[in-house]
Design a protein. Structure first.
Length: 332
């Protein structure tokens, strides 16, 4: 006998599913991934394949043999985690380090808490930060974009724009200014860094696609980017920039360099680890922007997006308490 389940209105079905949304995010990442493969060659291709395969295998093994559950790899969330992890790694990273990062991302960042929908922190960033702390030299040796001439491990390396910016602001010496890539190169992807740092325009296109298809909302990306732009502008107006670097250029560099676009559109907007309501999302985004710029400006690392997102992930239970007033309810 089938049970009749009665629930109060409203009754609505959007047609969305976890698998559909994961595939849409993966599709939105493809333009940036294609550019990274063009820029870094076989290294970018192998890094992503290893990360995705290791994440899928780790989730399957943990679910089947440790949690004794039916594996959920068909929802494509493990594939997305692997791809996002790869986007946060240099293309010349040894394969065994990538596998360790994938196991930590899935095993510690996701499955420890019960799997998809229960993890408080973004799994890909958990894996990335673990690798950054455990293997700092390998994780900060950035390959230059040389196209398919780039080899997997023996890639030619160089400083990233964020590192040069930090050094110039810290010392007041503008000698590195001539080595900075122009803004067009940063838009089209001809800069050193991780796979997800190479092409701002591809990431922006992917992010706009997610907003248009309503996979994500505008609140978090806009609040992050606006906060970063305002922080950088105030830094320039206060005269903290080296001679020859104008405020507008500095603002553009901070927005386009590093993992800012990847973090704003793809990492911070994760359903599970971000707030559910509008004002909560805006506060969440502002917090990420502020923490990222504080780390970029005064911290030990030139990049701060990963740490900023993970710190703000911890505030989500509090931010979710910000709820609209029910119809007819008096405000307290």
């Amino acid at each position: 006998m089938k049970k009749l389940i009665v629930a109060p209105a409203p009754h609505a079905h959007s047609g969305d599913s976890v698998r559909k949304n994961m595939l849409l995010v993966i599709a939105a990442l493809m333009p940036a991934y294609v550019v990274s493969v063009i820029a870094f060659g076989w290294g970018a291709l192998l890094t992503a394949l290893i990360a995705v395969a290791a994440c899928v295998l780790a989730e399957w093994a943990i679910a089947k043999y440790i949690l004794k559950q039916k594996p959920t790899i068909c929802d494509c969330s493990a594939i997305l985690t692997g791809l996002l992890l790869a986007f946060n790694l240099p293309c010349n990273l040894p394969w065994w380090i990538i596998v360790i990062g994938a196991i930590v991302a899935i095993g510690v960042g996701k499955m420890t808490f019960g799997g998809l929908g229960q993890n408080p922190f973004n799994p890909a960033l958990v894996g990335r930060v673990f690798l950054l702390i455990s293997f700092p030299v390998q994780m900060t040796t950035w390959p230059r974009p040389l196209g398919f001439a780039t080899q997997y491990v023996d890639a030619e390396t160089g400083a990233t724009p964020l590192f040069m910016l930090k050094q110039m602001i810290k010392s007041g010496d503008n000698s590195m200014l001539d080595q900075m890539p122009n803004l067009w190169d940063m838009f089209r992807g001809m800069i050193g860094g991780s796979l997800g740092e190479v092409c701002a325009i591809a990431l922006i296109i992917g992010g706009l696609f997610l907003i248009i298809t309503r996979v994500i909302t505008w609140h978090i990306p806009v609040s992050i980017l606006a906060t970063v732009a305002l922080f950088a502008a105030v830094t320039g107006w206060c005269g903290a920039l080296p001679e020859g670097l104008c405020t507008c250029e500095y603002v553009a560099y901070e927005l386009l360099a590093g993992g800012m676009m990847l973090g704003a559109f793809f990492m911070a907007t994760d359903y599970v680890t971000s707030p559910m309501v509008g004002w909560g999302k805006i506060i969440f985004g502002v917090g990420i922007g502020l923490i990222a710029m504080v780390i970029r400006t005064w911290g030990a690392y030139p990049e701060g997006m990963s740490f900023a997102i993970l710190i703000m992930n911890a505030t989500v239970p509090l931010l979710n308490k910000i709820r609209p007033t029910r119809f007819g309810e008096k405000k307290k």
